[in-house]
Design a protein around this ligand. Structure first.
Ligand SMILES: *Cc1c(COP(=O)(O)O)cnc(C)c1O
Length: 396
């Protein structure tokens, strides 16, 4: 059956993997909008709860539509097990909290999505977990931060918003040397452009709100890891804290996976063209795109990514004033903090997603007044370039 064959290529697996059909034999994945399940007898309920009979019990634990999505994500990631969550942040929080205890130490790259940074800097210390933030692009910084109680390494690559690259194999080596686990937030790379488990990362998390939905509809997240890690750490935490994904959202995400390879390929191609256009423009002082040879970590990119990303970061000359005038003059590209959407979206991180950081923290991440993050959508690349060109001219 095509839903189980592991020799098939990702595009094929994203259409078929994990499908389970009901007695009606429906073509499209069924949406099981149910909280619970009924049993044929009291004995059957008893057997289900004992684990003697493998069926479903309650949708906080598992649901047929959600499980189809989890299975399809496992096929894409090459993971043994997955749990889908209500949002990307629920996935990040669960992946960290389920495995640390008071007295443990966590090392994280300082270039993190804002809410991820809050978990590391604000939440974990409240529960007695020590944390250290490092410059993820400095290989030595990871080694220097290790302590006898280091339990976990957490990072993104490419990072939000300035697309810094962390050397994944290096971080894995440092973590393994001290017996710690690695968790990567792989949203910016997407499962198609970067496969962290092949590089030795233990746990991969996504906000499926981004490219996996890909059309700006539903929130969602997923945690992927080895079966024994899920059994030992995530299983009970997930069941008893209840961050579960809704079956409706899982159905939307399943449909998103069917077109993910096509969308990511097209959006990456367009992002490369947009990055090249911006790099040559006199109103732009800096372009950061992992597919370009002038990226600060261009030597690491080919070791871990098969494409540049669907996002481009750049600085408009003239700081915040010019950046705002430019954003306001765009007609096709929308001003929004979301990303990975079919619609191209632009963000001014300093005043939105990264407004809570201190001036010094922003400077460390090279987020200036003119810095913009562009998520390239599915519009025609030439239309996008014309829109950007016209808006840059209008901003003067
Ligand atoms: C959006 C995002 C998150 C949070 O995901 P939500 O679905 O909004 O909760 C976490 N990490 C990264 C890198 C993101 O882009």
């Amino acid at each position: 059956m095509a839903d189980e064959r592991q020799d098939l290529k990702p595009a094929t697996r994203m259409v078929h993997a994990g499908t389970t059909r009901s007695a009606f034999g429906e073509t499209s994945e069924a949406m099981f909008l149910t909280q619970g399940f009924v049993y044929d007898s009291a004995e059957a309920a008893e057997a289900r709860f004992k684990g003697d009979d493998p069926g479903f019990v309650y949708s906080r634990y598992a649901n047929p539509t959600v499980e189809m999505f989890e299975q399809r994500m496992c096929a894409l990631e090459g993971a043994e097990a997955a749990r889908a969550t209500a949002s990307g942040m629920a996935a990040v929080a669960a992946s960290i909290l389920c495995q640390v205890s008071a007295g443990d130490h966590v090392i994280a790259a300082r270039a993190l999505f804002g809410s991820c940074r809050w978990i590391v800097e604000q939440l974990l210390p409240r529960y007695g977990v020590e944390t250290t933030l490092v410059d993820g692009t400095d290989p030595k910084a990871w080694e220097r931060a290790v302590k006898p109680n280091t339990k976990l390494f957490f990072f993104e690559s490419p990072t939000n918003p300035t697309l810094e690259i962390v050397d994944i194999a290096h971080v894995v080596a440092v973590a393994r040397a001290c017996g710690a686990k690695t968790v990567i937030d792989n949203v910016f790379a997407t499962p198609l452009l970067q496969n962290p488990m092949v590089l030795g990362v233990d746990i991969v998390v996504y906000s499926t709100t981004k490219h996996i939905d890909g059309q700006g509809r539903c929130l969602g997240g997923v945690v992927l890891g080895p079966q024994d890690w899920v059994d030992e750490h995530l299983h009970d935490f997930f069941r008893h804290t209840g961050p579960s994904m809704s079956p409706f959202n899982a159905w939307v995400m399943l449909k998103g996976l069917e077109t993910l390879p096509l969308r990511v390929a097209q959006q990456t191609k367009s992002a490369g063209a947009v990055a090249d256009f911006l790099a040559d423009h006199s109103a732009i002082s800096r372009v950061v795109y992992p597919g370009r040879p002038d990226h600060p970590q261009a030597n690491i990119v080919p070791k871990q990514m098969s494409g540049g990303s669907t996002l481009v970061a750049f600085d408009v000359k003239g700081g915040k004033r010019s950046a705002f005038a430019f954003a306001n003059a765009l007609e096709i590209v929308g001003i929004s903090n979301n990303l990975g959407d079919a619609k191209s979206l632009i963000t001014h991180p300093a005043t939105t997603t990264h407004k809570n950081l201190s001036d010094q923290d922003r400077a460390e991440l090279s987020i200036g007044g003119g810095t913009m993050r562009l998520s390239v959508g599915l519009e025609d690349a030439q239309d996008l370039i014309a829109d950007l060109d016209r808006a840059l001219a209008a901003a003067g």
